[in-house]
Design a protein around this ligand. Structure first.
Ligand SMILES: C[S@@+](CC[C@H](N)C(=O)[O-])C[C@H]1O[C@@H](n2cnc3c(N)ncnc32)[C@H](O)[C@@H]1O
Length: 257
């Protein structure tokens, strides 16, 4: 039977590939690399470098495919169907890759940015392909170091405070309001710098872009002071590279009254 590894490869630093991930890389015949947009060339190059560094002697095949673009303009109630269409368009591609590019007895792998459990649809898409029943395979998941873990480590901080919860959310959600019942919020997928709405509150920010790569930028401090700096650095970096990936932790300061 065909086997698939879903391998978390870390958020950018090749040294953050785990030993388990390296074993899975070496066990793979065909790598499927899906990317899209401006970041494609950079991120695909990084994955190829990882393969070259960790699979001495080669002997594997790389199949690149273009990810369908998601309709990001669809807001409000249209958001979910847009995501649904996008997932099934991706499922079509995955199904074709597995049935046409992977031999019956071979092992394939999807190299997933960060950790596959966090804001990544690879596992869900593979399940959808299996449900369709046109191609049969087994799959396992190798965890990776997420951008969230990498962010906390680079800022030498924890995500939660003692016995307190932490919430991981998106820029879109943060724009709807600071989550209730939590004082520590990690924000991903934020194209609009939604943190700006909280600059007048007693909040600290720990921000990082391109974490783990040579382009890494880190800023931390009271949000009121850090926000304009982040906006400036973010705009400059985005202009220079053409794309940006950033993540941040917002931490409400304890009420001292
Ligand atoms: C589709 S999600 C994938 C998350 C990934 N599975 C993970 O575990 O980090 C993409 C988001 O991850 C964050 N991200 C991924 N890599 C990053 C990096 N090297 N530096 C900063 N943020 C990163 C950004 O918030 C970006 O918008």
């Amino acid at each position: 039977m065909r086997e698939i590894h879903v391998i978390g490869i870390g958020a950018g630093d090749p040294d953050q590939l785990t030993l388990q991930a390296v074993k899975a890389l070496r066990d793979t015949d065909v790598f499927f690399i899906l990317d899209k947009g401006e970041a494609k060339a950079d991120l695909t190059g990084l994955r190829r470098d990882m393969l070259e560094a960790h699979i001495p002697g080669g002997g594997y095949r790389v199949v690149e495919a273009r990810d369908p673009e998601r309709d990001r303009k669809a807001g409000g109630s249209a958001y979910s169907p847009a995501v649904g269409d996008w997932r099934s368009a991706r499922a079509d591609i995955y199904e074709r890759l597995i049935s046409e590019e992977l031999g019956e007895e071979q092992t394939g792998a999807f190299l997933v940015w960060g950790d596959p459990s966090l804001y990544d649809s690879t596992i869900g898409i593979l399940e959808e392909v299996l449900e369709r029943g046109r191609v049969v395979f087994g799959f396992d998941v190798v965890p990776g170091i997420s951008s969230v873990s990498a962010l906390a480590a680079r800022h030498r901080t924890g995500l939660n405070r003692v016995a307190r919860p932490v919430q991981i959310t998106t820029g879109r959600r943060l724009a709807e309001g600071f989550p209730e019942g939590v004082d520590d919020v990690v924000v991903m997928l934020d194209a609009h710098q939604s943190f700006r709405a909280y600059a007048d509150q007693d909040v600290d920010i720990y921000w990082g872009a391109y974490i783990g790569t040579p382009d890494e930028i880190l800023v931390s401090g009271p949000l009121a002071e850090a926000a304009p700096r982040i906006e400036h650095l973010r705009a400059k970096a985005r202009e220079r590279k053409g794309w940006i990936m950033d993540t941040y932790l917002l931490r409400r300061r304890p009420d001292e009254s």
